[in-house]
Design a binder for this molecule. Structure first.
Ligand SMILES: Cc1cc2nc3c(=O)[nH]c(=O)nc-3n(C[C@H](O)[C@H](O)[C@H](O)COP(=O)(O)OP(=O)(O)OC[C@H]3O[C@@H](n4cnc5c(N)ncnc54)[C@H](O)[C@@H]3O)c2cc1C
Length: 417
């Protein structure tokens, strides 16, 4: 079923936080669906990666179909959360700092074009550190080398600027004043709206795992349609192991991740985005976002949770994690020690063995691309991923080794944060 751009915009709202409807569907058939016609590229999965790949290919003049089983930015997708952090700090993993810098420019330009600049909030990002913390020390060097605006703040300055935080054993921090957060699923919907103005056809269809070997000419959908294309991009995030069980069943590890939103006391402005930045307490493997538009003060453990099924997994938080998070909040943000939980999300990371993305051709099907492995940090990089994948498809060119399938191990050893 094809969704027209007008229907899509009508049902996804004009950008206000809280407009959560999935696209309405109309019955008309897109040209490559069960007919003799064919798309240049079919992109399966309209999360942040697939959306940007489709947009870039549309801009390059390709006839593109973008398919999603549950809808753009749906609640099961890894891209389906309310907000996502964009920071430049990545230790000494320079490629991700560079991609993040480039992506932030592209996000801003897309959102400005769409008259929705406030979907990126430059609240700043504060990376708290203890002693010689190697990751933060390396981050500092990388930010300096690449000319990213930042400040190194000692304890007195931290306490002066943000008295609402009890820094505990953290005695210094890096502050990135130009980083911040994006409106999660809303910005993905904005990317797809933009892609549709470039002729990309969005179809809400679930693709059946492709069988056989060799070149792929078409895929089938669960509703019985056939989608023909010259090239296929599978950007299915945590579903990639279900689509390619033999290849990826043991190489992408979807893990259950809980997100908590606490309600600050009435009239208390100290925890709003005007008053404090996004923060990361790396040693405690936890991060969070200030209260934005009254949605609550977000706190999310970054430690990998148990294995999770993105289709059927229960998306209700556990009392155990809530208790742990509450204790942390009471210590680090004493003004929130009695704050009620006002909402929550259960999402999943789609981890590779070390956190590097997976962007490669299928080893036995050279017109099939595998794009995923965002590993809990991929969202911000959507624009760079889209540009990279579209350029490889359209122009060819050198592939980045660290994104290759060959580097993806069957045992997890996290190295990229
Ligand atoms: C709780 C949480 C917090 C995070 N925080 C951050 C952050 O602050 N900053 C950051 O940069 N990153 C963050 N991430 C990581 C980031 O959100 C993900 O890496 C990114 O969204 C992955 O996007 P994707 O497009 O690969 O996958 P998804 O968003 O999961 O998209 C895949 C899509 O494929 C579709 N699909 C699956 N199977 C089929 C099929 N058979 N047919 C058709 N469609 C199909 C699904 O419906 C889905 O929409 C976080 C992730 C989580 C879970």
């Amino acid at each position: 079923m094809k969704t027209t751009r007008r229907d899509f915009i009508r049902t996804t709202g004009a950008g206000a936080l809280g407009a959560t409807l999935v696209p309405a569907l109309v019955g008309s058939q897109a040209p490559g669906v069960s007919s003799g016609k064919s798309y240049d590229v079919a992109v399966v999965g309209a999360g942040v990666f697939g959306a940007w790949v489709a947009l870039r290919l549309g801009q390059a003049g390709r006839r593109v179909a973008l398919l999603d089983a549950y809808g753009v930015g749906n609640a099961r997708a890894s891209s389906g959360g309310q907000t996502r952090v964009i920071r430049m700090g990545y230790g000494d993993q320079e490629i991700y700092t560079r991609w993040s810098m480039h992506s932030l420019d592209l996000w801003k330009s897309l959102l400005a074009q769409a008259s929705r600049p406030s979907m990126f909030q430059p609240a700043g990002v504060l990376w708290m550190a203890r002693g010689e913390d190697p990751l933060t020390t390396k981050t500092l060097a990388t930010l300096r080398r690449l000319g990213v605006r930042h400040e190194r703040l000692g304890r007195p300055e931290l306490e002066h600027r943000w008295p609402q935080i009890d820094f505990g054993p953290n005695n210094w921090a890096i502050y990135e004043p130009q980083s911040g957060f994006l409106m999660g699923f809303h910005v993905v919907q904005t990317v797809v709206q933009n892609a549709m103005t470039r002729g990309v056809e969005y179809l809400q269809e679930a693709v059946v795992p492709p069988a056989g070997k060799g070149r792929l000419d078409s895929v089938a959908t669960r509703s019985g349609k056939t989608i023909r294309a010259g090239t296929f991009v599978f950007a299915c995030g945590p579903w990639l192991p279900k689509l390619f069980p033999d290849l990826l069943g043991e190489r992408i590890f979807p893990t259950r991740q809980e997100v908590f939103y606490f309600g600050p006391p009435p009239g208390d402005a100290r925890f709003r985005s005007e008053a404090m930045p996004v923060w990361v307490d790396f040693a405690e493997e936890i991060y969070g976002l200030p209260d934005f538009k009254g949605r609550g003060f977000k706190v999310a453990p970054d430690r990998h949770g148990p294995a999770f099924d993105p289709d059927t997994g229960t998306r209700v938080i556990t009392p155990e994690t809530l208790a742990t998070v509450r204790k942390f909040v009471a210590r680090r943000f004493p003004g929130l020690k009695d704050a009620p939980l006002v909402s929550s999300e259960v999402c999943q990371y789609e981890n590779t063995s070390n956190g590097d993305f997976l962007i490669d051709r299928h080893p036995e099907r050279d017109n099939v691309w595998l794009v995923g492995g965002g590993s809990g940090h991929g969202f911000k990089h959507g624009p760079a991923v889209g540009e990279y994948v579209a350029a490889r498809i359209v122009e060819g060119g050198k592939m980045e080794t660290r994104f290759s399938l060959a580097t993806k191990e069957k045992v997890q050893k996290r190295a990229v944060y």
